[in-house]
Design a protein around this ligand. Structure first.
Ligand code: FES
Length: 138
């Protein structure tokens, strides 16, 4: 009988643990965006403040699928944030180019044109309107 003294006794509770984690997951529905006025159209909804967009750079808006840039002071542009190579979402704007993390394509912040492959097509331009210091998708 003494030979069974090392038998592990921890197995039976595993199912209980999984169930608890499942319940906790439901609570994680944090949506950081503060605007929930129920507008179903993005038209006119403010996307950003002009001061959010660095001059010579830009900012990516994941939920809207756009990247807004300011190539020169006071000039704002927007492009689709979907890479024309294989459809990854671009993730960065540095040194005047929008970069795709998947295969390192680079696109100009000025007109979305390809600066570096493998992508061969420019990012399509998106329409925006600038009203005072507020940028909205047109
Ligand atoms: S999907 Fe963007 S570089 Fe390949």
């Amino acid at each position: 009988m003494a030979s069974e003294s090392l038998h592990p006794a921890s197995a039976p509770s595993r199912r209980t643990v999984v169930a608890a984690v499942g319940a906790a997951g439901i609570a994680i529905t944090l949506n950081a965006c503060s605007s929930d006025d129920g507008a179903s159209s993005s038209s006119g909804a403010s996307l950003a403040k002009t001061s959010d967009i660095p001059e010579g750079g830009g900012k990516i808006f994941k939920d809207e699928g756009v990247v807004v840039t300011q190539p020169t002071a006071g000039e704002f542009k927007a492009f689709s944030s979907k890479c024309t190579h294989q459809g990854c979402a671009v993730t960065g704007v540095t040194n005047g180019v929008i970069t795709c993390p998947c295969h390192k394509s680079e696109f100009s912040v000025t007109d979305g044109s390809v600066k570096k492959g493998p992508a061969t097509q420019a990012l399509p331009e998106e329409k925006i309107t600038v009203n005072g210091d507020s940028i909205a998708l047109a």
